[in-house]
Design a protein around this ligand. Structure first.
Ligand code: FMN
Length: 365
């Protein structure tokens, strides 16, 4: 199968990208400690993957309260901004672009990671099933503290400041992380949002925080350098919603007011059941580019593009093990398989030591 659509240039907000293969955000938990600071090893990792038309950074906490895993990077201190400068410089020198994924984890955290060891925060006091990845090892999730209505202003300000910091660090744009069960997704879905104030109850109220965050972020960057990621059918982090189609239709129609560069949709991740969801419907409602994600191969990505179901396709795990993924897809070459034991935390092993095709050919000689 010829992958001609995959290798056509495409428009994403204010940018023209050389092809349609995007690197999905991937948490790798390898920032320098203390301080959650990106460093040279991270710059090398992203530089190696600059074959992507666009890189979306690993999820990056906008505040200490927004942190939920050991070793993840932040964007709320000057040291972190300076560390990210190394990353953006390396990516730009290698000819790609990079957006930062802005992250507040909400309840998916642990008091040992929070300021003054306070409880994590959430729309409602409902715990996630499972365990948090902390510096003391895996620990059970606690029952989070429900946020007061007047605390939302502070969280929105964290997003605004993080956007400014991302700009200072040299990012080409930002992606608002409203997927995979983190704070904004927790407000969106009625399985986690049981509030009775203006941020809970009706769909209009549950969408409010995302729209206020989007307003703040686009004030800093303009809509054409901002994307948003959602996972309408995702159950990761104990998520559920009673009517995802209506919820997401309403959200997309409202998001159109901000002229965003893209909508990034996790269509399939983990054990989510997406069989009853109509993703085409969201694509047609949205007025920017649609990035499809979740389990795509070169061929299924090409099919999605040629059938008009997406404008770009992002690849996650394939980019972990194949820094030169676009070249491999173009040449129909074999893909390396990622080692799950080195996904989160550690050093260069399983991070910057995956070979390119060129490396492999050199080894064979
Ligand atoms: C190791 C790992 C880390 C991930 N980290 C993030 C993240 O930081 N932010 C996010 O939105 N999704 C994250 N994801 C989800 C991926 O972006 C992607 O949606 C998922 O892997 C499905 O795409 P794929 O089938 O191409 O891998 C992560 C996935 C993996 C495997």
């Amino acid at each position: 199968m010829s992958l001609q659509n995959l290798f056509k240039p495409g428009t994403l907000g204010q940018y023209t990208l050389p092809h349609r293969i995007i690197m999905a955000p991937l948490t790798r938990s390898r920032s320098a400690q203390p301080g959650d600071i990106p460093h040279d090893l991270n710059a090398q990792y992203y530089a190696q993957r600059s074959t992507a038309a666009l890189i979306i950074s690993e999820a990056t906490q906008i505040s200490q309260q927004g942190k939920g895993y050991a070793f993840t990077p932040g964007i709320h201190s000057q040291e972190q901004i300076n560390g990210w400068k190394k990353v953006t410089k390396a990516v730009h020198e290698n000819g790609s672009k990079i957006f930062m994924q802005l992250w507040h984890v909400g309840r998916v955290s642990h008091s040992s990671l929070q300021p003054n060891n306070q409880l994590p925060v959430a729309p409602s006091a409902i715990a996630v099933d499972g365990q948090a990845f902390t510096y003391e090892g895996m620990q059970d999730f606690e029952i989070p503290r429900a946020l007061e209505s007047d605390e939302m202003v502070e969280i929105i300000n964290q997003y605004r400041q993080a956007s400014q910091n991302a700009l200072e660090a040299g990012f080409d744009g930002v992606e608002i992380h409203a997927a995979n069960g983190y704070l904004l997704d927790q407000f969106l879905k009625d399985g986690t949002n049981k509030r009775h104030d203006q941020y809970g109850g009706t769909i209009e109220n549950r969408v409010r925080l995302i729209l206020e965050v989007t307003q703040a972020v686009t004030e800093v960057l303009g809509g054409d350098r901002v994307g948003i990621r959602i996972s309408p059918t995702g159950s990761f982090n104990s998520m559920s919603d009673s009517d995802p189609q209506s919820l997401n239709q309403y959200l997309i129609k409202k998001l159109n007011d901000y002229n965003l560069a893209y909508l990034h949709v996790v269509e399939n991740f983990g054990d989510s059941d997406n069989s009853h969801f109509n993703f085409d419907n969201l694509r047609h409602l949205f007025n920017g580019a649609y990035i499809a994600n979740g389990g795509y191969t070169g061929e299924s990505a090409e099919r999605s593009l040629s059938e008009g179901k997406s404008d770009f396709v992002s690849f996650g795990s394939a980019f972990i093990a194949n820094p030169d993924l676009p070249t491999r897809l173009k040449q129909n070459a074999k893909l390396s398989q990622p080692d799950q034991d080195t996904f989160y935390g550690g050093d260069a092993k399983g991070y910057t030591d995956y070979p390119t095709l060129k490396d492999e050919n050199r080894e064979m000689k």
